[in-house]
Ligand binder design. Structure first.
Ligand SMILES: [Mg+2]
Length: 382
């Protein structure tokens, strides 16, 4: 899921004029110290989408004409853009405090499309701002807060729940960058994820894999039966898996099945990383009515497939049965694993489903983490 940095403008990105709190001329535009360099590093190195969320009291009224606002605002945005800092969105509330508009921070109205889209992980998103209302916004959307402390705003912790969302109080943007970078490193250690984009003249595939998942999936390969099988895999391996594949199905199913296997293998190799501390081996015997599948896997760094499966039918659903061997060969080759699959039964659907579920359980065991941090080999390399 995508993550957001919801960044306040005045007092956070640029200095808030202490008299009238309005940046309404170029003369009043002054960047917060060290914000450009450090926000640039955040934009380049960390996987956040940047959004400005700002209250501009009475913007468009006589006391704050729009034209006076936009000139310094655009200058600010172009200065950031010149340093590679692009904002996905600039959300402005123009109401006055007494109007109690649902869009005025700390209320969440401006963020409704983001909250409703279901694409964003708010628990791993941050609000960065210089007022307690920014921190209240973080609390209201289930995000966390970074407070750019300005001594002229009193830090009033009336609500302990709001205080709890504040992870950092600072006056230094370098600290903001360091905090987010360390946070990212700790997360990467804890959660093994991989994204793979594979484009050839035959197929285009995007895979997002989270090994520490819950069994959530979104599989679209263009082949319904393959989707159904990979959904079983994600569910029973308890990993989160998203696959979008567009293949040359007008020719036949071959390239799509093969390349999904390749890309999924690459995703496993990437997510497992250096393989320190993993179980490495996994095996499972899985029954499904009259069928039974035995799957054993070793993330050994060497690829090998043993396939002892006979089908009595040429196709199951929209996939030729001969392609399943090819799928698992592609997976073994590109995940650099040794994979043994044996299965027997009468019903081809049962046989292949037992294989995918057995493969799921074996992968789950092999990818599991132990209490050790060394490589599970005496050879020194996996
Ligand atoms: Mg502010």
């Amino acid at each position: 899921m995508k993550r957001l940095l919801l960044i306040d403008r005045d007092g956070t990105l640029i200095i808030e004029p202490p008299i009238d709190f309005q940046v309404d001329s170029l003369q009043k535009l002054e960047f917060y110290p060290k914000v450009i360099g450090n926000l640039g590093k955040i934009a380049r190195e960390l996987p956040y989408e940047l959004v400005i969320v700002t209250n501009q009291d009475g913007l468009g009224t006589e006391s704050f004409p729009e034209e006076n606002f936009w000139t310094p605002h655009h200058k600010m945005l172009s200065t950031f853009a010149n340093e590679g800092i692009a904002f996905r969105d600039v959300l402005i509330d123009k109401s006055l405090p007494h109007e109690n508009a649902p869009t005025r921070k700390p209320r969440t109205g401006l963020l409704t499309p983001y909250l409703k889209s279901g694409e964003y992980d708010f628990a791993r998103s941050f609000v960065i701002g210089d007022r307690m209302t920014d921190m209240e916004l973080a609390y209201n959307i289930g995000a966390r807060g970074i407070l750019i402390h300005n001594p002229i705003h009193e830090l009033s912790f009336e609500n302990p729940a709001v205080e709890n969302v504040i992870e950092l109080i600072t006056t230094d943007w370098e600290e903001v960058y360091m905090f987010l970078a360390i946070e990212e490193q700790a997360y990467a250690k804890q959660y093994r994820n991989a994204s793979i984009v594979r484009k050839t003249l035959e197929t285009q595939i995007q895979i997002d894999l989270e090994l520490e998942g819950q069994g959530k999936y979104e599989i679209n390969t263009g082949l319904d039966f393959l989707d159904h099988m990979i959904e079983q895999f994600a569910k029973h391996a308890r990993l989160n898996l998203k696959i979008e594949a567009q293949g040359d199905l007008h020719i036949d199913e071959h390239h799509t099945v093969e390349d999904v296997g390749i890309a999924l293998g690459e995703a496993f190799a990437k997510a497992l990383g250096n393989k320190r501390g993993i179980e490495r081996y996994g095996f499972f015997i899985l029954p499904m009515d009259e069928a039974q599948a035995q799957v054993a896997i070793d993330f050994s760094g060497r690829s090998y497939l043993v396939w002892q499966v006979d089908f009595q039918r040429e196709r199951v659903g929209d996939v030729p049965t001969e392609l399943f061997e090819h799928f698992f060969k592609s997976f073994a080759d590109h995940s650099k694993s040794t994979l043994h699959i044996k299965a027997e039964g009468k019903n081809a659907h049962h046989i292949i489903e037992a294989i995918f579920k057995g493969w799921a359980k074996a992968c789950k065991l092999a990818c599991a983490r132990t209490e050790f941090t060394d490589l599970p080999t005496t050879k020194g390399v996996l």
